[in-house]
Every structure is written in structure tokens, then in C-alpha cells.
Design a protein around this ligand. Structure first.
Ligand code: MLT
Length: 337
């Protein structure tokens, strides 16, 4: 199994932090942050999965325009492990000063059920900054995997349960949730191969080292369109514009498999409101950026509408998704413990 890296990529540097010492005393915002002058140093956005995967792709796409809006440097740091919970724990325990930000996805809402001993509470230990995007998932197969359609996939997996493998990014990952829904819909219990992100999982899938996986269109659109992987279905109720030939799971007769991977930005609880507002304004600016819109469109998704890129809409989404997924995960009997 190939493991991910933890690279750190520097984004643009605009701000001078000269003279900040004189101003520091004037604008203390509480919670350890100098809210009035924020930002005065580089900001780190922590990504809970490997570089080169879908969460990383979305984060790096918005980092540039966010940095421009904030007039600050943004560093993207990949902190893999335990289906995204290592990164979330790190940010929950960071200084609430706006310099450590978490990009996370639907896994923030499934982790409290999947991890009975979770070290943080997603609702209490973070401030929500705003939603970013919602990404469809696809069920894809390796180039030399025998099945070519969903019907063939189900038949093949049924006949070869002892040998077939599917990749995911660990318990708490979107790929794991989607795989769980696939198993529930088909009644099949397939052998999982966990990675630290679907970026490295895709490498192994392309090399025929693992047979199939569920992954986001931000990672799968290009290999699907180039014919490098087989595509069996998209997990949205409607077909995806950038993949018009791929049927939906519903068209393929798979019940209750509709899932989109929503992403949002978080900072530690007690971060001053001025800082949350500054980050939110930068997020809104990034989501209106032409390059972001067009690249997300190529990858099968779009920025959320502006009224969803707010701390309140994000918090409501988080709460409602915790409530949505808890009974489904409990009924499936899956836990990390
Ligand atoms: C990733 O960025 O590698 C994925 O989002 C992992 C996942 O949740 O499946």
C-alpha cells in the first residue's frame, strides 16, 4: 500500500508584518488572537488527507484567492490519519487565533458516530467559517478490473467476494461512507484497503493493485474522461454535467446511495468573531473567483451559493448531517473502536 506524503506548499505572500508590534496592543480581540490586525503572519490550512487527493485539490484551489483577499500567506499542510480525525484533533487544540484553519468534509459529521472515543466535539470545539463546495462521488474500477457496468460489478463482486478489494481513506473518510452505503445497498461485505487519502488510493487503483473505490469527482473526473479508470455510477440524484454518460446509482437500482461530499472551513472554538469574519470574507471572495468556479466546474462541482458560505449555514449543515448519518451508521454497525 502506498502512503501519502505531508508536504507543505507556500502560497503567495502579500502582507508585510512590519510595524505589527506597535499595533498589537491596540486591538487585542481575546482568545489569543489579535483580531483587529488579523492577519499578521502566515495562515496554515490543515487538510486531513493526503496531498493530491480531492480535499487537498479543493483546498489548494481556494488558498490562492483567499490569500489575496487576506493579503497574507497561506500554507496548506496535509495531516493524515484515522480518517481525518488526527487533523481535526490537531486544529481543535490549536491556538484560537485564526492562524490554524481546518478544511474538512462530510467526515466531520460521521466521525462522532464512527469514533465512540472521539477526542473532540465537532460542534463545541470549532467555530464554523463557511461551506465551500459539495462534490458528487463516483464508483470507479481499476483499468483491468473485469466488470464494465454496475450490473457486472455487483455480479462480479458477488462471485469473487474472497478476492475483490475496494479502497478507502479510512473510517471517517467520504470514500468509507460511500463504500458503506454501497455495501448496504448491495448486501455485499467487501474487503477494504485503507489509505491515508484517495490520492494514493487512486495511484494503486490505476496500477490494478486494488479493484474499485468510491471517490469524489474532484479526483476521478480526469481519469474517467481519459479512460484510465472504469466508471460505474455517480452518487447524485441527477447525472453530473461533466460526466454525462455515467448513470446515477439510482438509475442502476441502488437504493439510498445518494451522497455528496460537503466541505467547510473551521477554526478552533473561541476564535474572535472578527477573525472568523475575515476568514469568511476571504472564503466568499475565493468562491466568486473565476478560476475557482471554472476549475470546480471541470471537476464536476461548483462553489456553494453565497448564502451557504456562512458560519451559520455551515453550523446548521454540520448539525443536520450529524443527525442524518448517526442512525444510518449505527444501523450498519460500523465503528472505529
Ligand atoms: C481525500 O482527500 O483523500 C478524500 O477526501 C478522502 C476521503 O474522504 O475519501
Amino acid at each position: 500500500m502506498q502512503r501519502g506524503h505531508a508536504p507543505t506548499t507556500r502560497r503567495r505572500i502579500g502582507a508585510s508584518i512590519a510595524a505589527s508590534a506597535l499595533i498589537l496592543a491596540a486591538c487585542q480581540g481575546g482568545g489569543g488572537g489579535d483580531a483587529g490586525n488579523y492577519p499578521e503572519q502566515e495562515i496554515t490550512i490543515v487538510v486531513p488527507f493526503s496531498a493530491g487527493g480531492p480535499t487537498d485539490t479543493v483546498t489548494r484551489l481556494i488558498a490562492d484567492p483567499m490569500a489575496a483577499d487576506l493579503d497574507a500567506e497561506i500554507v496548506v499542510q496535509n495531516v493524515e490519519g484515522a480518517g481525518g480525525t488526527v487533523a481535526a484533533d490537531q486544529v481543535a487544540n490549536a491556538e484560537p487565533d485564526g492562524y490554524t484553519v481546518l478544511m474538512h468534509h462530510i467526515g466531520m459529521s460521521t466521525a462522532p458516530t464512527l469514533y465512540p472515543e472521539l477526542s473532540y466535539n465537532p460542534l463545541e470545539d470549532f467555530e464554523t467559517v463557511g461551506l465551500v463546495t459539495e462534490v458528487p462521488m463516483t464508483i470507479i474500477g481499476s483499468p483491468n478490473f473485469e466488470p464494465n457496468t454496475m450490473e457486472e460489478l455487483i455480479a462480479y463482486v458477488t462471485d469473487n467476494l474472497d478476492t475483490v478489494t475496494y479502497a478507502n481513506a479510512g473510517i471517517g473518510a467520504a470514500s468509507q461512507l460511500c463504500g458503506l452505503l454501497f455495501e448496504e445497498a448491495t448486501g455485499l461485505d467487501v474487503t477494504e484497503v485503507p489509505y491515508e487519502g484517495t490520492g494514493p488510493a487512486m495511484d494503486d487503483l490505476l496500477g490494478d493493485q486494488v479493484d474499485f473505490m468510491c471517490d469524489q469527482t474532484t479526483n476521478t473526473t480526469e481519469p474517467i474522461l481519459s479512460g484510465d479508470v472504469k466508471a460505474y455510477a455517480v452518487t447524485t440524484p441527477e447525472r453530473v454535467a461533466s460526466l454525462p454518460d455515467i448513470p446515477t446509482t439510482e438509475e442502476e437500482g441502488l437504493a439510498n446511495m445518494a451522497v455528496s461530499v460537503w466541505h467547510g472551513l473551521y477554526v478552533p472554538a473561541d476564535t474572535p468573531q472578527e477573525i472568523v469574519d475575515a476568514l469568511n470574507a476571504a472564503l466568499v471572495a475565493a468562491l466568486a473567483d473565476e478560476n475557482v468556479i471554472s476549475r470546480l466546474g471541470e471537476l464536476g462541482t461548483a462553489p456553494v451559493a453565497e448564502d451557504r458560505a456562512t458560519p451559520d449555514a455551515h453550523r446548521e449543515q454540520l448539525q443536520s448531517q450529524i443527525d442524518l448519518w448517526r442512525p444510518i451508521i449505527e444501523a450498519a454497525g460500523v465503528t472505529a473502536g
